[in-house]
Design a binder for this molecule. Structure first.
Ligand code: 4AD
Ligand code: MG
Length: 482
């Protein structure tokens, strides 16, 4: 049997029985006869207070020595009786009898011989640290309240995603991470190679012989599992992928990562309307799960990170997402300009929506989530279904206040000729997509799907301002520590 976690002990609350608490010290308060130790094991936001009474029968000298050495960050094992707590804000505490320090965490720099065994003071003290500083010690930040809560919400939301799809007949597909193609046709790819780059430079080779590379051709880290997911939707009807994706965009923003996780459902015999309904229902399910199952952590985010987050999520679950076409959205933005709104980039039909535009649409025009559809084909991926107007495609972006785009998706072009023409028009090689085109050659079918950026979802739920703070180890331009 695994040792009990603090949240399990709190749930069972075996008052008057002996319990053992294992975790890391958050605070120690020494009050003459009483010593209060707050221990946290990450199973829930709150820790448990362990109280040592120097005047109690059987209080040991060894315990006193250990307590003197104990400081924030130390790993401990404390045994005692669970008793009702006289303090406010906690129903129970541990009347502690024994203490074992399994690993100290010095509060001051500890010099040692040889030099490499010296230990600098434990960097997480009981005060507010900046997010920038915590990013530098990403290996220790899970021990803070904020990151503990982020990681618990992340884990629960991943589970909710699998729950949602599995209850609705979707099969979970593992699409490849190393690919030979560019699924988005956007060119922001990381190269995968075993070629010796130093040797290539020394050769002065102008043309690299990729047949000598590991896979015998150029390969990359995937930007999306969609195309492979489509092949499985062509057999299993409803599928989804949920895995890491990689983009070498030079976007140094609070909502872009070079390595992020994407959830991509793909549905056979579905059109754009079905796709929009699925995206809305899916997001509402996830938010409801967060409100119901991560209540304590959300309350923490609400009071310490972003005021009103619980209200917003509650409202969104009750609301109906607004729908607007790209053309109408541009119209709204142009109206805003006429009425004195000052955008850095003037809204213009044919150009992609900037984040300031997305912000205006979600915060001013709609004041809630909005699904923008039917974008100009030039600014969207090659696989999107073309509308009869010849200029727009059946694309949809779900935008939310504060963040902008959280989901991007579309109905897929199922007509072989139109798809081929689009690939050629975009300057891509049809031969590279031969296997993808087979889906249109053999048993083509209407289908649609979307991609949800998992980190953007977690940002939206927690209110965390920077996407680098909702993933344990962020990878972004110029950042690949740990
Ligand atoms: O809009 P995107 O590029 O769509 C696709 O990749 C499609 N293949 C999805 C599909 O239809 N199956 O990306 C989808 C979502 C975005 O809406 C955004 O939430 C997230 O992925 N995303 C990023 N998140 C963090 N960092 C980045 N660099 C991101 N790029 C996209
Ligand atoms: Mg997009």
């Amino acid at each position: 049997m695994l040792p009990k976690l603090i949240n399990e002990i709190l749930a069972e609350s075996p008052v008057s029985q002996e319990v053992t608490i294992r975790g890391w010290v958050r605070t120690k308060r020494d009050m003459k006869n009483l010593v209060f130790i707050e221990v946290n094991d990450g199973s829930c936001l709150v820790g448990i207070q362990c109280t040592f009474d120097r005047g109690a029968d059987g209080y040991q000298v060894e315990t006193d020595v250990s307590l003197a050495n104990l400081s924030t960050g130390a790993a401990v094992c404390i045994t005692g009786l669970l008793v009702p707590s006289p303090a406010t804000g906690q129903p129970v505490e541990v009347s502690a009898q024994s203490l074992e320090i399994t690993g100290a965490a010095p509060a001051e720099n500890r010099e040692a011989q040889p030099e490499y065994l010296g230990i600098p003071a434990y960097p997480l003290q009981k005060k507010r640290h900046s997010m920038e500083f915590l990013r530098e010690i990403a290996h220790l930040r899970p021990r803070t309240n904020t990151f503990g809560a982020v990681l618990r919400v992340r884990s629960r939301m991943a589970y909710a995603i699998h729950e949602y799809f599995s209850k609705r007949g979707f099969q979970y597909i593992h699409t490849p991470i190393i690919t030979a193609g560019d699924a988005e046709g956007a060119g922001a790819l990381f190269r995968v190679t075993t070629l010796d780059l130093d040797a290539l430079i020394k050769d002065g080779s102008k043309h690299i012989d990729y047949t000598k590379d590991f896979f015998g051709k150029k390969t990359f880290l995937t930007v999306s599992g969609q195309l492979e997911a489509e092949t499985c939707a062509a057999a299993l009807s409803r599928v989804y992928t949920f895995g890491p994706t990689f983009r070498a965009e030079n976007s140094n923003t609070t909502r872009h990562l070079a390595e992020f996780w994407m959830v991509e459902p793909e549905v056979a015999f579905a059109d754009l309307t079905d796709n929009m309904a699925l995206a809305e229902d899916f997001l509402k399910y996830i938010f409801t799960t967060a409100l119901e199952n991560c209540a304590a952590d959300l309350k923490f985010f609400d009071s310490h990170i972003e005021k009103g987050i619980i209200d917003t999520l509650t409202q969104v679950v009750k609301s109906r997402f607004a729908h607007i076409t790209y053309t109408d959205a541009i119209g709204e933005l142009e109206k805003a300009v006429k009425n004195g709104t000052d955008f850095e980039f003037a809204p213009q039909w044919g150009c992609d929506l900037q984040s300031e535009h997305e912000k205006y649409l979600t915060e001013k025009t709609v004041a809630g989530p909005v699904i923008v559809t039917d974008y100009p084909k030039e600014i969207k991926a090659f696989y999107m279904k073309q509308n009869d107007d010849g200029t727009t495609v059946r694309a949809m972006d779900v935008l939310v206040p504060r963040l902008g785009e959280i989901i991007g998706g579309s109905q897929r072009e199922d007509n072989l000729e139109k798809l081929c023409n689009r690939i050629v028009a975009m300057g891509m090689d049809v031969h590279d997509y031969s296997w993808y085109l087979d889906l249109r050659r053999y048993g083509t079918f209407p289908h649609a799907g979307f991609g949800l950026g998992f980190e953007r979802l977690i940002q939206y739920i927690t209110g965390m301002a920077n996407i680098r703070d909702v993933i344990p180890y962020p990878r972004a331009v110029g950042q690949a520590e740990f």
